[in-house]
Design a protein around this ligand. Structure first.
Ligand code: 13P
Ligand code: SF4
Length: 319
C-alpha cells in the first residue's frame, strides 16, 4: 500500500511537470481510475475519452486503455503528444480486422456505406465513412437507414448483429469478436437470476446475441454505469469487463453488483471477464512513460488525414 501511494504521488508530480492529463477507460484498474479522477483527468467510455482528449488544453495526453484509444487521440490531436503506459495493449477486434483484407472486402461491396467500430486500427478507420462507438452505433445506423443507405459493418459481429436486428437496416457483417465479451453465457446468467430474481441484467453489446436477448439494459460502459446508478433495482448482474465495478460501486454504494458468469454452469468467477490488454496498464509503466516519454503514439500523416474524416463525423454526430 505504501508503494502504491509513493507511485501515485510520483505520477501526480510528473503529470504536472509534463503538462499532461490522464484519460482512462472504465476497464483499467481501480487505482488508475482513482488517479485520473484525483488529477482532473477523465474516466469514461471510448467516445467520451475521445471527446475529453480533444477538448482538454494539456499538451500531453496519457491514454490508459488500449491502442485504438491512443491512436484515436493522436488522430484527433496531432499537435499533442500522446503517450500510453504500453503500446502493446491492443484489442482482439483490432487484431481481427486486417486493413488490407478489410479494404478488399469494402471494394467487393462498394455500394455500401462503411461503418467501423472505434476498436480498429487507424488504417481501417481511414477506409471508413463512419466511425462509431457502442454508445452511438444504433443512432448512426438508424440515421443511415433512414437515408436509404446499406451498411457494411466491422469488425464486431455481435455488436453489428445487435444493431442490424434493432434498426432493421440492411447490414453486412465482418466476422470479428471481443475475446472477453464473447465468453458470457446466457444459461449462466439465467441460473444466477434464480438466486437473484430481482436483479437487473446489464449487458455490453459486444456480448453474444443470446446474452443481449436476456438483458434489461444494453449499452456502452457509460450507459451501463448510468443504468446502475439510476435504476431502482438493488442488485445487478453485469456482463462486461470487471473493471467497470469500480465506478458502479462508487456511484451506487448500497447496491450489489454481480459478475455475469462466463461459463454455462451458473458458477460466478471472480474477474474472469477482464481484458488482458486493459490489464497491461499499471502504475509502474504509467510512471515510467511520464518520466521517459517512451511509448509515444504516432500515426502516419496520410492515414491520419483520412481517418480524421469519419472520426470527426462521429464527434459531430454525437455532439
Ligand atoms: P465502450 O465504448 O462502451 O467504453 O467500449 C469499449 C470497449 O472496448 C468495450 O470492450
Ligand atoms: Fe477489445 Fe474486448 Fe478488450 Fe474491449 S474488452 S478492448 S473490445 S478485447
Amino acid at each position: 500500500a505504501e508503494e502504491r501511494e509513493a507511485y501515485k504521488a510520483k505520477i501526480k508530480a510528473l503529470l504536472v511537470r509534463e503538462n499532461a492529463v490522464l484519460v482512462a477507460h472504465y476497464y483499467t484498474s481501480a487505482i488508475l481510475q482513482e488517479l485520473a479522477e484525483e488529477t482532473g483527468g477523465c474516466v469514461s467510455d471510448s467516445l467520451e475519452m475521445a471527446r475529453f482528449g480533444n477538448q482538454h488544453p494539456a499538451s500531453t495526453l496519457v491514454v490508459a486503455g488500449v491502442k485504438f484509444m491512443g491512436e484515436t487521440a493522436k488522430i484527433l490531436n496531432p499537435e499533442k503528444r500522446v503517450l500510453m503506459p504500453t503500446l502493446e495493449a491492443t484489442c482482439s477486434l483490432d487484431i481481427g480486422c486486417n486493413a488490407e483484407e478489410f479494404s478488399a472486402f469494402c471494394d467487393q461491396h462498394s455500394d455500401r456505406t462503411v461503418v467501423v467500430y472505434a476498436n480498429t486500427s487507424a488504417a481501417v478507420k481511414a477506409r471508413a465513412d463512419w466511425v462509431v462507438t457502442s454508445s452511438i452505433a444504433l443512432d448512426v445506423v438508424e440515421h443511415l437507414d433512414k437515408q436509404g443507405e446499406k451498411v457494411l459493418w466491422a469488425p464486431d459481429k455481435y455488436l453489428g448483429g445487435y444493431v442490424k436486428k434493432t434498426t432493421g437496416a440492411d447490414v453486412l457483417l465482418w466476422d470479428g469478436s471481443c475475446i472477453v465479451h464473447e465468453e458470457f453465457k446466457a444459461k449462466g446468467i439465467l441460473d444466477l437470476k434464480h438466486l437473484y430474481p430481482d436483479a437487473a441484467v446489464l449487458v455490453h453489446p459486444e456480448s453474444p446475441e443470446s446474452v443481449v436477448d436476456i438483458a434489461d439494459v444494453v449499452g456502452s460502459t457509460s450507459q451501463l454505469i448510468q443504468a446502475a446508478e439510476k435504476m431502482d433495482n438493488k442488485e445487478f448482474i453485469v456482463a462486461t469487463d470487471s473493471g467497470i465495478f469500480y465506478k458502479m460501486q462508487q456511484l451506487a454504494p448500497n447496491k450489489t453488483f454481480i459478475e455475469a458468469p462466463t461459463a454455462g454452469t451458473g458458477a460466478t468467477c471472480r474477474s474472469c471477464a477482464h481484458c488482458p490488454w486493459m490489464a497491461m496498464n499499471g502504475l509502474e509503466n504509467l510512471a515510467e512513460v511520464l518520466e521517459t516519454g517512451d511509448q509515444e503514439v504516432f500515426v502516419d500523416d496520410a492515414l491520419r488525414e483520412k481517418a480524421l474524416i469519419p472520426l470527426r463525423r462521429m464527434l459531430d454526430f454525437s455532439a
